[in-house]
Write a protein that binds this ligand. Structure first.
Ligand SMILES: Cc1cc2nc3c(=O)[nH]c(=O)nc-3n(C[C@H](O)[C@H](O)[C@H](O)COP(=O)(O)OP(=O)(O)OC[C@H]3O[C@@H](n4cnc5c(N)ncnc54)[C@H](O)[C@@H]3O)c2cc1C
Ligand code: FES
Length: 329
């Protein structure tokens, strides 16, 4: 095992060197990565980890021995190495033994960082900063939850579904992907007839362990219902009529989709928690690269910026000042 030193940041997150336990394709473009980490701090669904390759310690050079800064020896990394970490929602955490956990990450290969992740093999070291950000919450009177996710917005919902089950909250997931071969989840052949009214309902391994039935939509109709996940949400709300006073909606995925979910929620008076995404350089509130505009009546123009990494990534949908055009879908 490669467990090594750790540093603690100001909010209790740690920088740890974990080890790749498992890393395999889930569908055409998604992989599931499990990282074994020792002494990972307590984390909550909605939080994320910030990953980068582990730099191999270099033997001290003559200059370092003379107390000069390491960067004075020239660029430390080859052109294949990443300059900044990449953010990924925690899709689940399992305790392996009293000292170590397995952290699940489901990721879509879109660029240099995720290509590097896909090349990692069991036993490879990986540098983990986390847990970062805030988490999903429930209300005292809450009895049910609707999870609405699109594409790479699915991973945080897996862990949140487990926690909702633990809190005895009845949950349904509505998941949209472009095509059947981009679903980053495992279909189980059995049906879950907990609720009938808007077929088809799928049993998905990752949600079945929390007894959460899943409605699937695909843009091209290759699996589930053809159409957008937001249409399925609208249909569910009108057909099933859950009570807005005891139900909360949670959403994660493309911004245009989340905006529609937030607007639908507002229309039917449901609270909506939105898991926002921004490019994040530091992940800890220092670099200001991840701003999200929120309504603030006390501010001069009625709005201000908050930071996705440290004030979020979970925001109250009613507070968000959307800049994405919902009709650009
Ligand atoms: C809090 C948080 C949680 C996330 N959780 C997941 C997850 O569970 N699974 C997953 O697959 N991805 C997740 N992402 C997105 C993930 O961080 C990016 O896909 C990843 O950084 C891309 O790195 P790359 O080097 O492969 O791609 P790059 O070469 O950096 O970028 C490739 C393309 O992706 C876009 N992109 C890069 N980073 C982001 C970003 N943060 N938001 C939106 N677009 C981006 C770029 O603009 C570019 O078009 C999350 C992001 C955040 C902020
Ligand atoms: S990523 Fe640096 S402030 Fe948010």
């Amino acid at each position: 095992m490669v467990f090594m030193h750790s540093k603690v940041n100001h909010r209790g997150a740690k920088i740890l060197v974990g080890e790749v336990h498992h890393n395999e394709p889930r569908c055409r473009e998604h992989y599931c990565l499990q990282i074994r980490c020792q002494q990972f701090p307590a984390a909550e669904p909605g939080q994320f980890v910030h990953l980068i390759h582990q730099q191999h310690p270099l033997p001290p050079t003559a200059r370092e021995r003379n107390h000069e800064q390491p960067w004075m020896n020239g660029p430390p990394s080859s052109s294949n190495e990443l300059l900044i970490r990449r953010a990924f929602s925690i899709a689940g955490i399992q305790q392996l033994d009293p000292e170590s956990v397995l952290i699940d990450v489901i990721y879509r290969v879109v660029g240099k960082g995720t290509r590097w992740m896909a090349s990692q093999r069991p036993g490879d070291p990986i540098n983990v900063l986390g847990p970062l950000g805030n988490c999903f919450t429930t209300q005292p009177r809450q009895q049910s939850a609707l999870l609405v996710a699109g594409g790479v917005g699915v991973p945080p919902m897996i862990w949140w579904a487990e926690e909702l089950r633990r809190r005895n909250i009845s949950t349904v997931a509505i998941i949209g992907v472009q095509r059947a071969d981009l679903l980053p989840l495992k279909l189980v052949p059995a049906t879950m007839a907990q609720w009938t009214g808007y077929p088809p309902i799928f049993a998905i391994e990752e949600f079945a362990r929390s007894q959460v039935p899943v409605l699937i939509t695909t843009d091209d109709g290759t699996l589930g219902t053809r159409g957008w996940v937001t249409d399925a949400l609208q249909h569910y709300l009108t057909e099933q009529q859950p009570a807005p006073t005891t139900t909360q909606i949670y959403t994660c995925g493309p911004e245009v989709m989340m905006r529609r979910v937030a607007e639908t929620g507002e229309h039917y008076h449901f609270p909506v928690q939105v898991c926002m995404e921004r490019s994040m350089a530091c992940g800890m509130g220092t670099c200001q690269s991840c701003v999200v505009a929120v309504q603030d009546d006390a501010a001069l123009d009625g709005w201000r910026y908050e930071l996705c990494c440290s004030d979020g990534p979970i925001f109250d949908g009613r507070r968000l000042r959307w800049t994405t055009d919902t009709y650009a879908h």
